[in-house]
Design a protein around this ligand. Structure first.
Ligand SMILES: [Zn+2]
Length: 186
């Protein structure tokens, strides 16, 4: 067994496999790999064959249930969108976090197509409603949540909000999104 004690890790980093050691505090298991859940240093307890993470003193922020996050839409399918989480509150994140937004968590009844809610490239503000194995389940049901910055699907220019319509100020294209109350403010 290779001793990785002291190695600096960020969330998602692989520490080893479950055949080597059990998953201790600050770690999780995914597909047989033991990975870090937090920023810190690996400690391998050789006696008990267990790995855990000693948290870094300057604990970097990471999303938690209830956190309001800002992220960029990576891809959209008819019933879900994948979001790359960039910020928790006002704090930039150091690791790589993925969120998933389901059509049932939009707060506008039954959504026929997620493409009416957000498109790839949009910046959204969402709340973390659950977390499992570093996959964050997001909701934009509240009025202060939703798309805060969007781009024209025709020409790529930013869309501005005028009289409750999202309109491209370059080509005039009008688009649909589920926008947050503070759309375009930041
Ligand atoms: Zn346009």
């Amino acid at each position: 067994m290779h001793n990785r004690s002291g190695q600096f890790v960020v969330p998602g980093d692989k520490i080893g496999v479950i055949e080597e050691f059990a998953s201790g505090p600050g770690t999780y298991v995914k597909e047989g790999d033991v990975r870090s859940k937090i920023v810190g240093r690996v400690v391998v307890d050789l006696l008990n064959k267990r790995a855990f993470i000693y948290p870094s003193v300057r604990a970097a922020s990471f999303p938690k249930v209830g956190s309001v996050i800002v992220g960029q839409v990576q891809s959209v399918q008819s019933k879900l969108a994948l979001i790359r989480i960039m910020k928790v509150g006002k704090r930039q994140l150091s690791g790589f976090f993925t969120g998933v937004l389901h059509a049932s968590d939009i707060g506008q009844g039954l959504i026929k197509n997620m493409r009416d809610v957000c498109l790839a490239g949009d910046i959204i503000q969402a709340k973390v409603i659950s977390e499992k194995n570093m996959m964050y389940h997001l909701s934009i049901a509240e009025r202060n949540l939703g798309v805060i910055y969007a781009f024209c699907s025709q020409c790529g220019y930013n869309l501005s909000l005028r009289e409750r319509e999202l309109r491209c100020s370059r080509c005039g294209n009008v688009e649909r999104r589920k926008i947050a109350l503070n759309y375009g403010v930041e």
